[in-house]
Design a protein around this ligand. Structure first.
Ligand SMILES: Nc1ncnc2c1ncn2[C@@H]1O[C@H](COP(=O)(O)OP(=O)(O)OP(=O)(O)O)[C@@H](O)[C@H]1O
Ligand SMILES: [Mg+2]
Length: 361
């Protein structure tokens, strides 16, 4: 049996010398990413592309593996959807929903967290009421941790976490990135839901960065970093519990933030460059078709449809269809019939999204 989970804040010095050193590096990388992302004219395009990648990666930790092609089909609304791809699409909607809630309200509440988890799992089970949830060592099956039981206790811990998350800076001497590590540990240890705690916790991380104004757009995700350091991630969560090894845990998260910010900046620059290059090439090769709005539309998701162009540019269906077919002839898009509709894929953007797996390894 494990001792009951302690409320926050941890009664221990968190900002040790070595933590402070790594903290500077993480902040520097994050600030650079934020600065670049802020300058990009069409932020939703960026967020869309980055969150597709995140949805796929985060779901992969949960063993929901899907290919980019399946994902693209599920996103474009095909009826006969692959269930795993559908889960990835749900994750992304949950993420967007959480982002809007935090942006609109300026805080992150327990209820918002419950909403986000409900969208990931597409059920309303909410906070655990029945006993039986245990965390096991994946390899051996041994029970490593039994999270708090009883709705009352879980609700109490969540409300303590909510206060910790929303504490105003003036009352709170601890750096927000250090707090992010504390919040992630605490949320995973409360383990308030029957399932989806990992994915919800990973969404909370980015929402907290946005809440703290360390990012404007939700574009920094530790999922890939967690995948490549999975064993360490689980070990350190456990070591905070059994030997209060906060330092190594916090360092692990700060390193993740630094590495991921650097990688995300490369990705974001690449997407931005591609948009600029596409606009130039279009102006040259299809001057009559070119408009800034059209470029935005074909980058909005990595696929488009006649209807989107028709509505987006306020042109006739016939003209919209002609534009897309010209774009296909010139090699900017590749079309495919999915269900009853023809879908146009932005090949180069799709390639970047696919290759991000390589960048991130
Ligand atoms: N020893 C531990 N202490 C605290 N939290 C843990 C421990 N081991 C694992 N966890 C957390 O539990 C999460 C898994 O919980 P759950 O299955 O509810 O979430 P999920 O989103 O379905 O899964 P996943 O995180 O694998 O995608 C892990 O991601 C991790 O954050
Ligand atoms: Mg699970």
């Amino acid at each position: 049996m494990s001792a009951s989970l302690k409320k926050l804040p941890p009664a221990i010095e968190l900002e040790t010398k070595i933590v402070l050193k790594q903290l500077t590096r993480a902040h520097r990388a994050l600030a650079e990413l934020k600065g670049f992302a802020e300058m990009i004219p069409n932020k939703n395009i960026l967020i869309n592309a980055v969150t597709i990648i995140e949805a796929k990666n985060s779901s992969e930790i949960e063993n929901i593996i899907t290919t980019h092609d399946e994902l693209f089909r599920a996103m474009s609304g095909e009826n006969d959807q692959n269930p795993d791809a559908k889960e990835v699409v749900n994750y992304r909607s949950a993420l967007w929903h959480g982002y809007k809630l935090v942006k609109d309200n300026g805080f992150l509440s327990t209820n918002m967290i419950i909403e986000v988890q409900g969208l990931i799992e597409l059920n309303r089970a909410g906070i655990r009421k029945l006993p039986g949830t245990v965390l096991k060592n994946e390899a051996t099956g041994e029970i490593v941790y039994t999270p708090p039981m009883g709705e009352q206790e879980i609700v109490g811990l969540l409300s303590n976490l909510e206060q910790y998350i929303n504490m105003v800076a003036a009352d709170d001497p601890i750096d927000p990135l250090v707090k992010l590590a504390v919040i992630h540990y605490q949320f995973e240890s409360i383990h308030p839901f029957y399932d989806g705690n990992g994915r919800t916790g990973r969404i909370i991380n980015v929402l907290y960065l946005v809440l703290q104004k360390l990012l404007d757009s939700p574009i920094l995700y530790l999922s890939k970093y967690i995948i490549r350091n999975k064993a360490t991630y689980y070990r350190l969560l456990q070591e905070v519990r059994v030997k209060e090894n906060w330092e190594e845990w916090i360092l692990f998260i700060l390193k993740g933030i630094e590495e991921t910010a650097i990688e995300t900046l490369i990705l974001v620059k690449e997407i931005n460059k591609l948009m600029e290059n596409t606009a130039e090439a279009l102006k040259e090769r299809l001057p009559k078709v070119y408009s800034k709005e059209l470029v935005n539309l074909i980058f909005y998701e990595f696929y488009t449809k006649i209807t989107y162009i028709e509505e987006g540019l306020k042109i006739s269906r016939k003209t919209a269809a002609k534009y897309l077919s010209d774009l296909e002839t010139e090699g900017f898009l590749a079309s495919e019939k999915i269900g009853r509709e023809r879908i146009y894929l932005n090949k180069s953007l799709f390639e970047i999204v696919k290759n991000s797996e390589k960048i991130f390894k």
